[in-house]
Design a protein around this ligand. Structure first.
Ligand code: DQA
Length: 148
């Protein structure tokens, strides 16, 4: 089973970007933690980052043929992008929405997600661990789906 991990805008700045909000881990650190868990779970993962909405849409469409689902941190596009929501819905691959910060404890504009209603679930507020929790939950969801 292969899972796509998708990082949206500004997540390439992790490590130096608002460390009080997002922690000190870099994007490579986050990916390394996810890769370690993936090996434990016996799944393959691939990583993608883009600062561009269209790049994320293209990637979701292109990767859908080889992945069973996605772990998605769409960054600020979470709160704005109907296009990304439609791409995820259009390829019909289950996905988990993740955020490093607890978006519901922050500004009001972060409380709305265009992706959430289409997600299997959301993990928000656990720093880099949000991705790992999201991966674990998604793999369990897909394995249960396979059995039923
Ligand atoms: C974020 C939360 C978003 O509101 C913000 O725009 C981000 C990061 C998070 O991981 O906490 O870029 O998705």
């Amino acid at each position: 089973m292969r899972i796509g991990v998708v990082h949206g805008p500004n997540l390439n700045l992790l490590g130096t970007r608002e460390p009080g909000v997002y922690g000190g881990a870099t994007l490579d650190d986050v990916n390394a933690g996810v890769a370690t868990l993936a090996a434990e779970l016996g799944v393959e993962v691939e990583f993608f980052h883009s600062n561009h909405e269209g790049g994320l849409v293209d990637h979701v469409q292109e990767a859908a043929g080889r992945v069973r689902g996605f772990v998605v941190n769409a960054g600020a596009y979470t709160h704005t992008s109907i296009a990304l929501r439609d791409a995820l819905a259009g390829v019909a691959r289950p996905f988990v929405e993740v955020h490093l910060s607890n978006v519901f404890a922050r500004e009001r504009f972060r409380h709305r997600s265009y992706l959430a209603a289409r997600a299997v679930g959301i993990v928000s507020g656990f720093g880099a661990e949000s991705y790992r929790l999201g991966l674990r939950a998604l793999v369990e969801h897909l394995r249960n789906e396979q059995e039923s």
